[in-house]
Design a protein around this ligand. Structure first.
Ligand code: TXA
Ligand code: MG
Length: 318
């Protein structure tokens, strides 16, 4: 897509230097990752973290994910355990976030962790995110680059769609490869998935050789991504439907649905990875075309379908 915005910057050497300067000055920047775009700032700076919370209108009790270049760089910030080391070897860098105990000597802003004793960490795979982390002296706190409870952005223009000129600097990394947020796995106790994502329960169990629990809708909220209403496109969403509502759009999956100007197919070939990759983009497009609602057909609840259904269910809650 053509870049018509002045705050989107190509990822070249000169702009990495500018991005670094912005982070050192405690500014917030838009950053691509392989999952979704993030709003990134120095994780060690309370001042920078406050800006993220204000921009997103995020409740202060909802902690942020801290992004690191590698395991070595987080030595002083968190306490690791065996499960973490095994999963790090298998999946990192990649689309998985670990909840671990915070080290007492940790330099991470207490605001970023919402004053919790635990911290969420992740090693993004996207080259732009990695290249920036490599030239920084600090990790980056980066929630998804959307106003709290809205859809996550999957390209640089979406970040502008959310924040307009309020974000002065966005590094362009193209369209996100995965398009759904990372899997969140709590490792402070029995391994528990708090948010499903591209790294599935089965893949995690295979590495840990133990049962992994799933708690994406617990009554005691461990992760506000678990809150019932989330990932909201701004118009009502209805799941498991056979067709659109009046003046509404219909999101389909697979071959059996017809096409029409209010029909949008996530993947004609029935590929769940492709569907995950298209989901937020399509919902944003439908909202911008002024349809009054979004109905969605049933999506198979296997593999990435579980992550898609988790987001759709939360988007459909009022
Ligand atoms: O793919 C991703 O994870 C993206 C990219 C930008 O890295 N980031 C992302 O961040 O989705 P965010 O802030 O939109 O979602 C982070 C989730 C929130 O639901 C938050 O509650 C949870 O992680 N979280 C953060 N720290 C936590 C902690 N200590 N315990 C439990 N949940 C935590
Ligand atoms: Mg988010």
């Amino acid at each position: 897509m053509k870049n018509i915005y002045l705050n989107i910057y190509k990822s070249n050497f000169a702009n990495f230097k500018k991005a670094k300067k912005n982070i050192e000055n405690n500014n917030v920047i838009g950053l691509p990752t392989e999952t979704v775009y993030g709003l990134a700032a120095n994780a060690y700076s309370d001042r920078a973290i406050k800006k993220i919370f204000n921009l997103k209108k995020r409740p202060s009790f909802n902690p942020l994910i801290i992004h690191y270049k590698n395991k070595k760089s987080l030595d002083k910030d968190v306490v690791y355990n065996k499960n973490f080391v095994k999963l790090y070897r298998a999946f990192c860098p990649g689309p998985i976030t670990f909840i671990l105990k915070k080290n007492l000597q940790s330099k991470i802003s207490i605001l970023a962790c919402a004053r919790k004793k635990t911290v969420a960490i992740r090693f993004p795979k996207h080259k732009v995110a990695r290249d920036l982390l490599k030239i920084l002296d600090n990790p980056l706190a980066a929630p998804s680059a959307n106003i709290s409870s809205r859809l996550s952005p999957t390209c640089a223009n979406d970040v502008v769609d959310e924040f307009g000129k309020k974000i002065k600097f966005i590094l362009d990394g193209g369209k996100c490869k995965i398009g759904l947020e990372s899997t969140i796995l709590d490792l402070t106790n029995k391994p528990t998935i708090l948010r499903p994502g591209a790294i599935s329960l089965e893949k995690i169990q295979r590495i840990l050789k133990q049962k992994v629990l799933v708690k994406t809708n617990s009554k005691v909220i461990k992760s506000p991504g678990q809150l019932k209403s989330h990932y909201h496109p701004g118009v009502p969403v209805y799941i498991n439907r056979n067709g659109p509502k009046k003046a509404g759009a219909f999101i389909t999956f697979g071959k059996k649905f017809k096409s029409g100007n209010n029909y949008f197919n996530l993947s004609k070939s029935g590929n769940l990875e492709q569907a995950a990759n298209n989901l937020y983009e399509l919902m944003r497009k439908i909202k911008n075309k002024n349809f009054k609602s979004i109905s969605v057909c049933k999506i198979p609840n296997v593999n990435l379908g579980k992550a898609i259904n988790d987001r759709l269910k939360k988007a459909s809650n009022k």
